[in-house]
Design a protein around this ligand. Structure first.
Ligand SMILES: [Zn+2]
Ligand SMILES: [Zn+2]
Length: 342
């Protein structure tokens, strides 16, 4: 089988690897679709991010779907041919955080395609993937591409939980890439009354409107959010998806007292307007990965309650993986680029 392997920045290869056999409780999946994520792009363009660096070749990818091709012993809830979304979240189930019900904080997390631990955790961009049946969520009724969107959608469902009450709230989303636009869909589904989306790119804002943002603000106008900052601010919740300090600062000015900041964007450490956070009694909350939200993401798409299709802009065959990574790296072209494995 072929797999997409990163050796170092800009050294991406399609390599031939041995196929594995599914053990007890596992299934073999014939991969169908794989979405390229920001973290894959960091490995591809820079060989890592922050202190996380590639130290050995690693298969990329963690946003995948496929068809069940073989069943290991004892697997009864899946059948050969089923389309499944495969969760990359593989907590150990036994550490303190797993036992506290916080599996996304597992000490021994084996999240696909991550160079955080060494040896690196190999990813899922391979023609055949052996996974635990418990990672697989049946996705009948969805396209393979939609099923592969369950992962980034889960990230934003988890963030929505971190935000707390959403019904009737006024929401600001800064940064309208895949996570920002999916946050708009998640916030709306959770009952947000008004959603304003902000970005530097008019093209990104077009996607924000397409998925239901009520208003958009182009932040290349530095004062774009000033009208929302009057009377101590307008918004109850900020989804900060850009990782850019100017967006966070402008968003904080536009939050009401007791507003909630959910930080999703990872752009490195930054200085914060601590005076405003303190005086407006704002809550600053991180959000990282997900776990049980994965199955919810599939169900919301299956029920037609969230439509991610407008965000899938490019689908390229495995043989054009390199081109797919180049397109995905170009925000002027791509929202979500996926690789078709079959
Ligand atoms: Zn991702
Ligand atoms: Zn654990």
């Amino acid at each position: 089988m072929k797999a997409i392997v990163i050796h170092m920045a800009k050294d991406l290869r399609i390599e031939e690897l041995e196929t594995e056999k599914p053990g007890p409780g596992e299934v073999e999946i014939r991969l169908a679709a794989g979405g390229i994520c920001g973290s894959d792009l960091h490995y591809y363009n820079h060989g890592g991010f922050g202190t996380v660096r590639l130290k050995e070749p690693m298969i990329l990818g963690h946003e995948v779907s496929g068809h069940v091709a073989a069943l290991g012993e004892g697997v009864s809830d899946l059948a050969i041919g089923d389309l499944v979304a495969v969760s990359p979240s593989r907590p150990c189930g036994a550490c303190d955080y797993c036992l506290k019900g916080l599996p996304n904080h597992c000490f021994h997390m084996r999240f696909y395609g991550s160079a955080m631990p060494f040896p690196h955790i190999q990813g899922a961009f391979r023609e055949r993937l052996v996974a635990k049946a418990s990672q697989c969520v049946k996705a009948e009724g969805l396209s393979a591409g939609e099923a592969a969107m369950a992962e980034p959608l889960s990230v934003t469902l988890h963030a929505t939980r971190r935000a707390g009450e959403m019904l009737g709230k006024r929401v600001l989303v800064t940064g309208c890439g895949p996570i920002g636009t999916l946050s708009i869909l998640a916030a709306r589904r959770a009952g947000a009354a008004e959603i304003v989306a902000a970005d530097l790119s008019e093209r990104a804002l077009g996607f924000a409107r397409a998925v239901g943002a009520d208003r958009t603000v182009n932040l290349s106008d530095r004062d774009g959010l000033v009208p929302f900052s009057e009377n101590k601010g307008t918004f109850d919740v900020l989804y900060e998806c850009s990782g850019a300090q100017p967006a966070l600062v402008a968003g904080i000015q536009a939050l009401r007292p007791r507003g909630v900041i959910v930080q999703l964007g990872l752009g490195g450490d930054m200085a914060l307007p601590m005076m405003a956070i303190t005086a407006k009694e704002l809550d600053l909350r991180g959000s990282f990965r997900f776990h049980e939200e994965f199955a919810t993401a599939v169900k919301l798409m299956q029920g037609g309650l969230i439509d991610v299709k407008p965000l899938i802009t490019h689908t390229l065959p495995l043989g054009e993986a390199l081109k797919a990574f180049e397109i995905a790296s170009d925000k002027g072209q791509s929202m979500k680029t996926q690789i078709a494995f079959a």
